[in-house]
Write a protein that binds this ligand. Structure first.
Ligand SMILES: Cc1cc2nc3c(=O)[nH]c(=O)nc-3n(C[C@H](O)[C@H](O)[C@H](O)COP(=O)(O)O)c2cc1C
Length: 318
């Protein structure tokens, strides 16, 4: 049974995963936090918490609140900073079998480029995920992901500074995600993650105030799965690079839906909070499905649900 997947076929180094189930950024720390709870080496890859040039404390509390079938977060990129990551985390990752990909976030195009340059060739880091989709920071983040020109500029600047496999993580908070996807692929992205959280809020009716310290946050969890799935379905028909589906995935069946919509791999976030074993259970479920269906390679399933190719193409809306 072959579950392996190549996420950067255009990149000289490539990004070969033993299976398509990855831990989503910000929901798995630096991987070390889970190493004693689950067998992290069986994962396809781990995406680190979003990292910035300098350490950040994140937003004011409360920063997490449950909603119907979802989770709202406004962490605001709390992280240890890129220097500590290179000094303290990368040497540990270099000993691991599971590839670690570093999620990067900047307040300016130059900051993204600088981060990419600093991470280039660091042992223990298999690739970068460019986060132009964080909804919880005042400067940078999603600001770059809602505008095709900005998205292209960030991706090009990063591309010039790194030869590492480069994934760009898109925001769903746009009118036309296909346009943004096209721009970042033109700028040299090896792969896309679709998508980050949806912007939302919740109000405490006793206090008559927003619950989150930051007022708004990003919605994740089962509530967003059909939304993210549709975005993957649309983008998969418009671009040639591999897509990582992300949003509300909690079961093997959810993963199969994303793969049939056109994703080559997936990321699991919020479901891990409810049960840290979720990703390993998902992996087992995929193996069972493949055995039952007599499929030899997961590739055979990618995009098999895409029946409306022409009607969804970006140019048809023009
Ligand atoms: C607490 C929390 C922190 C997150 N931090 C990041 C982050 O640092 N960088 C990033 O790109 N995405 C971040 N995300 C978004 C997730 O990686 C993922 O895209 C999103 O949660 C949707 O997937 P899910 O429904 O499986 O959780 C975060 C999500 C949560 C819930």
């Amino acid at each position: 049974m072959n579950l392996s997947v190549q996420l950067a076929p255009r990149n000289k180094r490539g990004l070969l995963l033993s299976n398509p189930v990855m831990a989503a950024s910000g929901t798995f720390g630096y991987g070390t936090e889970y190493a004693e709870i689950i067998d992290i080496q069986r994962l396809g890859a781990i995406i680190s918490k979003g990292i910035t040039l300098r350490p950040r404390q994140g937003n004011s509390q409360p920063r997490l609140v449950e909603t119907a079938a979802g989770l709202l977060n406004s962490i605001g990129l709390e992280n240890i900073g890129v220097e500590a990551l290179i000094r303290e985390k990368a040497p540990l990752w270099a000993e691991w079998q599971v590839p670690v990909i570093v999620n990067i976030a900047g307040e300016s195009i130059e900051e993204y480029a600088e981060l990419a340059g600093m991470l280039e060739g660091v042992e223990g880091i298999s690739g970068i995920e460019v986060n132009i989709s964080c909804p919880n920071v005042a400067a940078g983040g999603m600001e770059f992901g809602v505008n095709p020109k900005m998205a292209l500029a960030v991706t090009s600047a990063v591309r010039r500074r790194t030869s590492m496999p480069t994934i760009v993580k898109l925001t769903p908070n746009v009118t036309d995600i296909v346009e943004i996807a096209g721009a970042v692929v033109d700028a040299g992205a090896d792969c896309l993650t679709i998508a980050n959280t949806f912007k939302g809020m919740t109000i405490d009716t006793v206090k008559r105030r927003p619950v989150l310290g930051n007022i708004s946050g990003g919605l994740s969890g089962p509530a967003i799965k059909p939304l993210a799935l549709y975005l993957v379905y649309k983008v998969a028909q418009a671009v040639e690079v591999p897509i990582i589906g992300c949003g509300g995935i909690a079961s093997a069946n959810d993963v199969l839906e994303f793969i049939m919509a056109g994703a080559s791999a997936v990321q699991v976030g919020t479901a891990t909070f409810a049960d840290p074993q979720t990703m390993l259970g998902i992996l087992e479920g995929i193996e069972n499905f493949i055995a039952k269906e007599g499929i030899s390679n997961l590739d055979e399933l990618i995009g098999t649900a895409n029946i409306a190719t022409e009607t969804l193409r970006h140019r048809d809306f023009k």
